[in-house]
Design a binder for this molecule. Structure first.
Ligand code: BG6
Ligand code: MG
Length: 227
């Protein structure tokens, strides 16, 4: 039975708080071009929320004929992509917070509701620091401590545990299909940011972060709990 009020809101990072989803795309695109593997924005959608190594394996599986890389080679390729990505995130400043996110976090805090982070990125802490919002978070799950990536619910469940919140009283906010699946598998209310075709499983969907507000989230959450 779902609780009557929200105890915690758990945010994804890349593509929800800031547009690092674009930097991940550009870094993968550079690597894929170097390897002569076809890669475009459409395929990149399937990589959102997916770990670095799993993303690399998905990209390689598209090559014709499929190359076979040793584990060492795979690690080197993943490192190379991460070096490209790290160059991009150097330029991040607080101006890169997506519209509406700071106001939403302030509102959540004022209501005494906990804020958590569930990011699959091992670069999450650096990005939060550059955005200047680390202190907003009552709990941050380090991707390095997670065994199963999204769509597995593990990362959202770990965040709820850190926040001492029950799953049914948590809201998760995501821009990836794998992320929405993870939130729902954790028994939480899912807010999706993106197009209707990608976010059809979300309990509430908005086109962009500027359309997010706590009242909208709370109304949709309460309505869902009445069902
Ligand atoms: C997720 C991104 O947040 O983190 C994925 O949506 C990315 O695109 C994953 O692959 C892992 O990130 P990193 O920074 O550890 O390579
Ligand atoms: Mg994301």
């Amino acid at each position: 039975m779902a609780a009557s009020h929200i105890q915690a809101v758990i945010f994804d990072l890349d593509g929800v708080i800031t547009d690092t989803a674009e930097y991940h795309y550009l870094a993968w695109k550079k690597l894929a071009d170097e390897l002569n593997i076809p890669f475009n924005r459409n395929f990149n959608e399937a990589l959102k929320g997916v770990s670095r190594m799993d993303s690399l394996k998905k990209i390689i599986s598209r090559a014709q004929p499929a190359p076979s890389f040793s584990e060492d080679e795979l690690n080197r390729l993943a490192d190379r992509k991460n070096e490209y990505y790290k160059e991009y995130i150097q330029q991040i400043t607080p101006d890169d917070l997506l519209p509406g996110i700071t106001d939403l976090m302030k509102e959540i805090k004022q209501k005494g509701i906990k804020i958590g982070l569930a990011s699959a990125s091992k670069n999450a802490m650096v990005v939060l620091e550059k955005l200047g919002i680390t202190s907003f978070f009552d709990g941050i799950v380090d991707a390095a401590t997670i065994e199963h990536g999204k769509p597995d619910p593990e990362i959202f469940l770990a965040a709820a545990r850190q926040l001492h919140a029950e799953s049914a009283s948590c809201v998760g906010i995501e821009d990836a299909e794998a992320g929405i699946q993870a939130i729902k598998a954790a028994g939480m209310f899912a807010v999706g940011i993106g197009t209707a075709d990608k976010m059809k499983e979300a309990g509430l969907r908005v086109e962009g972060t500027q359309k997010l507000s706590f009242i909208k989230i709370e109304s949709a959450y309460l309505l869902k709990n009445k069902e």
